[in-house]
Ligand binder design. Structure first.
Ligand SMILES: NC(=O)c1ccc[n+]([C@@H]2O[C@H](COP(=O)([O-])OP(=O)(O)OC[C@H]3O[C@@H](n4cnc5c(N)ncnc54)[C@H](O)[C@@H]3O)[C@@H](O)[C@H]2O)c1
Length: 454
């Protein structure tokens, strides 16, 4: 099949490349000149493990190409994906400006054959109807097309595997013809017991928001339980074991931390709340999930400020991990942004390191922070280390070396990856999430400062 994918971001590029990998003839359209240029040169402008190799192979084998204009590409395609961004607008709603502009262009470019227009972007309930109307308004008379709602569930960091081996594929359509096309297209992905779930467009659109809101709820739930644990002297690690062992609950998405970030959960939770409000329903649980997360993103910064008695002037704080989660360079809504803003506001100097997001960080923080060439170099002369993103290389560092590099031995562990007892033996003060340590929690005051000597 000839396929067009509009938008080559974290979703569009993965979808296009994976479909090409399955033998389809794919052209991805991108209107950002810099991104397009790097793609045409065989460079992938985002960090996603395995993607560059897959892109290069499929380009080389002529199943994948890139273009600036969608007109000619849409005209030749039987399936056209819309994979552009749907960012949050000021009132919390999803901004559909780009989706609708692309829909209009697609309408004006439709070929004489039947075309399935697939909405991959995360869009509010009712968008498929609007896209249908916009395409029809711009299409030649009698144009033959269907609009399918096919939300994407991939995770950045393992996007290729998620797309190739999905838990389920959700396809919303009322058209039997479109259903057949989608079933044929996705058959290679569901050869085992994986289901394609066909349903109406509105339900498909809602599936994506319900899934993200539920996952966000799990995170805010465990964060809230962790915060209570800190206050009452329970240990969230033990509580997690007791909680997750219940098969009705499970262990996934129950790690406490510094809140969820990224390009999806924050905006999708807000957009769902907005959709509900527009429909006359006050989604209180969804609102609470958002509020808990917002507070959680400030938690590590609050601990740091409290530790230094509110005075961070002349303090140097090292921050490990800037992307919103490991295995991606995506810093959209990353907890690191909130923390670093707090630290700068409190007068601290900040030295940052991330294994892949340094370039992105420079565009976010500019000259406000300094950029270390390695994790250890970030620690030189630091008064504290804040661990924000749990990249593997941060999990078992050389604490003796860390102790020698830092001015003070204080670690704020935003992901609970270190062992308090081991660190304590080495003279570190270890703050974490959801556990009462000699320093952490409500009851003890922080020690004056960490002790000398290993
Ligand atoms: N990132 C994820 O993990 C993820 C997962 C599931 C769903 N989604 C959803 O998928 C959609 C895309 O997300 P993303 O993270 O890939 O966004 P992104 O911002 O990384 O990518 C969007 C791309 O579309 C391009 N674009 C914008 N207008 C265009 C136009 N007129 N013609 C051609 N290209 C155009 C942009 O330049 C950009 O490269 C969003 O709705 C998002 O909510 C994202």
């Amino acid at each position: 099949m000839r396929i067009c994918v509009v938008g080559t971001g974290y979703v569009g590029l993965v979808v296009g490349t994976c479909l090409a990998e399955m033998g389809q003839d794919v052209v991805c359209v991108e209107n950002d000149e810099a991104k397009l240029r790097s793609l045409l040169e065989g460079e992938v402008p985002i960090y996603e493990p395995g993607l560059e190799e897959l892109v290069r192979r499929n380009v080389r084998e002529q199943r994948l190409a890139f273009a600036r204009e969608l007109t000619g590409v849409v005209a030749r395609s039987e399936v056209v994906y819309i994979g552009v961004g749907t960012p949050q607008s000021e009132n919390g709603a999803a901004d559909l400006g780009t989706v609708m502009a692309v829909a209009a262009d697609i309408g004006a470019s439709l070929g004489p054959h039947h075309t399935v227009v697939v909405i991959k972007s995360t869009v509010p309930v009712g968008t498929a109807v609007q896209v249908q109307e916009v395409i029809a308004q711009n299409a030649p008379r009698g144009a033959d097309f269907d609009v399918v709602s096919n939300p994407e569930f991939l995770k950045e960091g393992c996007a290729i595997d998620d797309f190739m081996r999905p838990d389920r594929i959700v396809v919303g359509t009322g058209s039997e013809r479109a259903r057949k096309v989608m079933a044929y297209l996705y058959a290679p992905l569901v050869r085992t017991e994986r289901p394609i779930l066909f349903m109406d467009n509105r339900s498909a659109e809602m599936c994506k928001y319900a899934s993200n809101a539920f996952l966000a709820t799990k995170i805010s739930f465990i964060n809230e339980i962790a915060n209570i644990c800190e206050k009452v002297g329970a240990d969230i690690r033990e509580v997690r074991r007791g909680l997750g062992s219940d098969q009705r609950i499970g262990f996934q998405f129950l790690f406490p931390g510094v809140g969820y970030g990224g390009s999806c959960f924050p905006k999708d939770v807000k957009a769902l709340r907005h959709t509900a409000r527009e429909a006359g329903y006050d989604a209180r649980l969804i609102a609470a999930v958002d509020a808990v997360n917002d507070a959680q993103k400030h938690l590590l910064g609050k601990k740091i400020v409290a530790h230094f008695d509110g005075d961070l002037a002349d303090r140097l704080i090292a921050v490990w991990g800037l992307s919103f989660k490991p295995r991606t360079d995506d810093m959209r809504e990353a907890p690191s942004r909130v923390l670093i803003a707090q630290l700068l506001e409190a007068g601290a100097r900040v030295n940052v390191f991330d294994p892949v997001a340094m370039e992105e960080a420079r565009s976010v923080f500019g000259d406000a922070v300094s950029y270390a060439p390695s994790a250890y170099r970030a620690l030189e002369g630091a008064d504290a280390l804040a661990l924000v993103t749990e990249w593997n290389e941060f999990r078992r560092p050389d604490f003796k070396r860390i102790a020698q590099l830092m001015r003070e031995r204080v670690i704020f562990d935003g992901r609970n990856i270190y062992d308090t007892e081991i660190l304590q033996e080495m003279g570190f003060v270890h703050y974490c999430i959801g556990r009462r340590t000699p320093w952490n929690g409500a009851h003890e005051r922080p020690p004056a400062r960490a002790k000398d000597g290993l």
